[in-house]
Design a binder for this molecule. Structure first.
Ligand code: CMC
Length: 433
């Protein structure tokens, strides 16, 4: 794919030897030193746990300027993309351009045609305990899709890659709603293809066969926007997981399941669940100082959930939109005076003026307000990360497709700094002390 320019050279001196490496310039963001020949030239590796300063790939999909608080999908600021709808965002992320009317209608039609899952999936669900966490069910059921679409998913065929992409965008919400229905013991609700993406999802989650279900357009529009905000976020942990899994040529449904597993963790997608839990635990604004004290105490593992970000060292632009959505949803549902919201607003106000948080550039991230909003939409906390997975599926697929299309892609195989034992001799069991 190499679309970067090379303008400068970086010189690395190790002992008395120097090695030159090309410095690549992207269209935006910091320059990147291409050290791919380092080991061949100098016989050494670089050490960068957590990829703090490593660009793992070249990408054209999403750009973040963490210092300026900027997020763009294919060059469009998130604030503007959020004016459209989620399926338009999916098209943009996958195809690189906004669709015209005909392209949009065709895309919506293609996604909509794939919303049902194989009827055997329902039987697969019955193997889970009723109290299984829906994210566990998602990891398993999305992974299980690979069993249904293995022979028809030749990743070297662009058409089959596109069909697999459509299937995932269409079926992940269906599986997510089934995961929810299963845990509450209600019958699965089949997709209704006349509804838009978010409305269909709400209906699959909240409708029951014995009653009419009317989608509240204010709430479904809010959910659609929440999906847009979470659709992609460049090389985050779960996307890196999907790319790494896919780099071996694995089945894409299995790769997305791997991404879901990674997303589940509280430092990533699980933070919205953890943030709401934390705000509920605080309970009253008078308890805020005690929690701030805990956050600063290095002996205490407590962290302010929904605060801080590896990339954003400024206000997360998604958090601003999320705060606005939170107010809209709480107004529509009559929860404007929700004590958890009052705690969140006051907590945010205090943290933003506290030296500890200012000096470490810790600002609210998207998860600070998303938990309260999702709760007001009617979702239980265990579903929060599932909703994130529904939205992020398109980002994972766009990144996976980009990787497969890249002629320079290689299996992800990092090296290590080995600090274990040097060679020693095996002692038979009866001779060991
Ligand atoms: N509360 C209190 N202190 C914090 C927090 C926090 N939420 N986040 C970072 N710090 C402190 C940390 O203790 C460290 O202090 P010191 O320099 O004195 O040791 C400093 O800030 C830098 O932290 P770090 O862990 O080196 O930063 P990181 O870039 O590795 O971590 C993070 C990023 C998101 C894991 C972290 O900020 C965090 O744990 N936040 C809470 C969880 C959360 O909200 N995650 C959602 C991320 S957004 C959604 C997504 O993309 O998945």
């Amino acid at each position: 794919m190499d679309a970067s320019n090379t303008s400068k050279t970086a010189t690395l001196t190790v002992g008395n030897k120097s090695y030159d490496f090309p410095v690549k310039n992207g269209t935006e963001g910091p320059d990147v030193v291409d050290i791919s020949t380092l080991y061949n030239k100098a016989g050494i590796f670089t050490y960068d746990p957590g990829f703090m300063a490593t660009a793992s790939c070249e990408s054209k999909i999403t750009y973040i300027d963490g210092d300026a608080g900027i997020l763009r999908y294919r060059g469009y600021p998130i604030e503007q993309v959020a004016q459209g709808d989620f399926l338009e965002t999916c098209y943009l992320l996958l195809e690189g351009e906004l669709p015209n009317k005909a392209q949009k209608a065709d895309f919506v039609n293609r996604v909509t045609n794939h919303t049902m899952v194989h009827e055997q999936m329902a039987r697969f669900f019955q193997g889970f305990r009723r109290d299984a966490h829906p994210m566990a069910v998602m990891v398993a059921s999305v992974g299980a899709l690979s069993a249904f679409y293995h022979d028809s998913t030749d990743i070297n065929d662009p058409h089959q890659r596109m069909v697999a992409s459509m299937r995932m965008i269409a079926k992940v919400p269906t599986l997510a709603a089934m995961a929810y229905k299963y845990t509450i013991g209600q019958p699965f609700i089949y997709p209704q293809n006349s509804l838009d993406y978010a409305s269909n999802f709400m209906r699959m989650c909240f409708a029951v066969p014995c009653e009419e279900y009317k989608v509240n357009p204010v709430l479904s529009r809010a959910l659609d926007k929440i999906f847009i905000l979470h659709a992609d976020h460049e090389q985050n942990a779960s996307t890196n997981t999907v790319r790494s899994s896919g780099s071996s040529g694995a089945n894409p449904f299995a790769c997305i399941a791997a991404g879901i597993a990674c997303l589940w963790g509280p430092a990533h997608g699980g933070a919205n669940e953890a943030a709401l839990k934390m705000l509920t635990e605080i309970g009253d604004v008078k308890n805020i100082p005690a929690f701030i004290k805990r956050a600063k105490d290095k002996e205490d593992l407590f962290r302010v959930m929904g605060f801080g970000h590896r990339v954003y060292k400024n206000y997360d632009p998604r958090a601003k939109i999320m705060q606005q959505l939170c107010h809209e949803v709480l107004k529509e549902t009559g929860h404007e005076n929700d004590p958890v919201l009052q705690v969140a607003l006051e907590f945010e106000r205090i943290l933003l003026s506290d030296d500890y948080f200012i000096s470490r550039k810790l600002y609210p991230n998207v998860d600070f307000y998303s938990g309260i909003t999702l709760k007001a939409l009617g979702f239980p906390t265990s579903m929060f990360t599932v909703l994130f997975a529904v939205a992020r599926t398109v980002g994972w697929i766009a990144q996976w497709k980009e990787m497969i299309d890249d002629p320079n892609y290689k299996i992800a195989r990092p090296r290590q700094l080995y600090t274990g034992d040097v060679e020693r001799q095996y002692i038979p069991l009866d001779k060991r002390k």
